[in-house]
Write a protein that binds this ligand. Structure first.
Ligand code: TPP
Ligand code: MG
Length: 599
């Protein structure tokens, strides 16, 4: 691992420099230490300055990987993630990772050198219109239309990424890196976010004072706003159970007695049963995304008659998905603190039934844990059939073993897939900025590069990616980055020999007519890892899971990247979205054999 670089200060005062120097000095002004990308002539003049500016260039295998690394870096550190590539194809490779960062609210600055201004529009080499492509997946796009504005526009792209919490694009015609300019390097703009309007906070406090069964849902806003302590204080004041919003399992400490687990797909039944009883829901730093509030396990848990107090730093999120009684446009940390200040010492209706509620929370959690312990395998007919003749591990049991062996302070990224989704019930964290799921964009291939970026930002924390074997085929190339750049992580690859999450739809809706879902003739992923210079292990037995994870994460301290290939059965948990599919209707005679038999 490279040693952390000395803090550098940018040049001050107006002076003569080249645009490349202005660009790099602006990165320095914003505290940039690491940039992810693949080398390209388009920005070579600036790249040449990185070493002396104290900026590490992390060379990756594919630009999409660089974008996800910048995302993981930003999510764990709260600082900017930065990626850069060659104009044209290097930049279009950033599209998926930028969209993913957009939905993860990550302050990523996507630097997109563009074809030269003198030939733009002539259909030259590596030319495409780079602004329209990113227009819907960035919070702000800066186009350097004049080389003298390099520092100003670079700095704005960095400021906006933090102010709006999302990716921004900095588009630079490649010839604009050269020349002489006079400029001053701007300093970052820091804006303190407040608790929200006094009136809405007063209204919220009044509703909470009368609540008999308040429930808090902590979302990504608590993590990004560093509001854990304040969320705990609010929860303790109300003795309210706290659920994590979908894929934000790190938004409230799992060891806390009031934590009840994540809502949403493959989440905690305890959280669902308790929120179903709420008369008031405090949505703290969450937009209550549809994916996280749809019925699960056949439980329609959303409390339709409850009053909802929603707190979000982005006013556009208020009442977007669920109608709210009070919307507070504020920072999760500051708003939670303001609510505690308003409620402390007041007579609260929820205190009268406090002990009964605490007992109910504990009993509901206990019942869910017991259910999870006993839920060793899936019980639908197809899963029972495929598991019957298999010697491989049941995914759920394997996930429980991983949970038990999870090292302290671990960071876990999760991909999109059936087993990764089931892992939601088994991922618990005691500190924020620990879980990096593929979020709403849901692209396969997210988890591995994202954890590599997270490890660069937090080299002392164990870094673990959960990845299905299909998604692994998309992303394993970044083992090269781990090995070459000495970024040691652990990849846990679930080998079920299929694109399982999609296969589940074939099982549920298409009468097991499998098209394009079986991953036959896969290589041994453990052997591939070894061939690439990492460690690789094939895990066949449940009793080996925990020790293997512990050993692999320990080996990170010795600079070793390990791929643990988990051999699991082909059984499949509940699907992502039963609600979004329908049984097949066919009108043409030729396709009648595929029509659903309706009774
Ligand atoms: C880039 C991308 N392509 C396709 C999909 C559709 N998709 C969602 S889940 C999934 C299957 C994932 O399979 P795997 O990674 O093996 O995990 P498993 O479901 O088997 O656990 C696919 C193809 C997607 N989400 N992202
Ligand atoms: Mg699979």
């Amino acid at each position: 691992m490279n040693k952390p670089l000395e803090m550098q200060l940018p040049v001050s005062g107006k002076q003569k420099m080249t645009p490349s120097e202005a660009f790099v000095e602006t990165l320095v002004a914003h505290g940039v230490k690491d940039v992810f990308g693949i080398v390209g002539s388009a920005y070579m003049d600036a790249l040449d300055l990185f070493p002396l500016a104290g900026i590490r260039f992390v060379m990756v295998a594919h630009e999409q990987g660089a974008g996800h690394m910048a995302d993981g870096y930003a999510r764990v550190s709260g600082r900017h993630g930065v990626c850069i590539a060659q104009n044209g194809p290097g930049i279009t490779n950033f599209v998926t990772s930028t969209a993913a960062a957009f939905w993860a609210h990550s302050p990523v600055v996507v630097v997109t050198p563009e074809t030269g201004s003198a030939t733009l529009g002539l259909g030259g080499f590596q030319e495409t219109e780079q602004i329209p492509i990113f227009s819907k997946i960035t919070k702000y796009q800066a186009h350097v239309n004049n080389r003298a504005r390099m520092a100003e526009l670079t700095s704005r792209a960095f400021d906006r990424a933090q102010l709006e919490l999302g990716p921004t694009q900095l588009n630079i015609p490649r010839d604009f890196f050269y020349g002489d300019i006079e400029c001053e390097i701007p300093r970052p703009i820091a804006i303190e976010r407040g608790a929200g309007g006094e009136k809405s906070l007063d209204e919220a406090a009044a509703i909470l004072a009368g609540a008999k069964f308040p429930v808090i849902v902590c979302g990504g806003g608590v993590v990004m706003g560093d509001g854990e302590t304040e969320a705990i204080a609010l929860a303790e004041l109300l003795s309210a159970p706290v659920a994590n919003s979908y894929l934000h399992n790190d938004s409230f400490p799992a060891k806390h007695a009031l934590w009840v687990g994540p809502l949403g797909y493959q989440g905690s039944k305890a959280a669902m049963k308790l929120i179903a009883k709420a008369d008031v829901v405090v949505a703290l730093g969450t937009r209550l995304g549809p994916f996280g509030t749809l019925p699960q396990y056949g439980i329609e848990y959303w409390p339709k008659d409850a009053k909802i107090i929603q707190i979000d730093a982005d006013a556009k999120m208020l009442g977007l998905v669920k109608p709210v009684s009070v919307g507070i446009c504020g920072d999760a940390k500051a708003a939670a603190r303001a609510l505690v200040a308003r409620l402390a010492g007041k007579s609260l209706a929820c205190i009268t039934n406090r002990d009964a509620r605490l007992a109910e929370i504990a009993a509901t959690k206990k019942a869910w844990e017991a259910e999870l312990d006993g839920w060793t395998h899936e019980k639908d007919a197809w899963s029972l059939e495929v598991a019957k003749s298999s010697t491989h591990m049941h995914p759920r049991q394997m996930l429980r073993e991983l949970e038990k062996a999870m090292p302290a302070a671990a960071m876990v990224s999760t991909d999109i897939g059936n087993i990764c989704s089931v892992s939601n019930s088994y991922l618990r964290f005691d500190r924020p900025r620990s879980m990096f799921a593929a979020m709403s964009f849901g692209n396969c291939g997210y988890a591995f590069p994202t954890i590599i970026g997270a490890k660069v930002a937090a080299p002392d924390r164990p870094a673990i990616a959960y990845v299905g074997d299909g998604a692994w085929g998309m992303s394993f190339g970044e083992i090269q980055t781990c090995v070459r750049e000495n970024i040691p992580v652990t990849a846990v690859v679930f080998n079920n020999g299929q694109w399982g999450a999609e296969k589940k739809n074939h099982v549920d809706f298409y009468a097991n007519r499998f098209v394009g879902v079986n991953l036959d003739k896969q290589p041994s992923w453990a052997a591939v890892a070894k061939a690439m210079g990492a460690e690789g292990r094939t895990i066949e037995k449940l009793s080996d899971v925990g020790p293997a994870l512990r050993e692999a994460t320990k080996a990170q301290a010795a600079g070793k990247t390990t791929v643990l290939e988990m051999m699991v059965t082909r059984e499949l948990g509940d699907p992502f979205r039963r609600d979004a599919l329908a049984l097949p209707t066919r009108h043409l005679a030729k396709y009648q054999s595929t029509a659903a038999k309706r009774s």
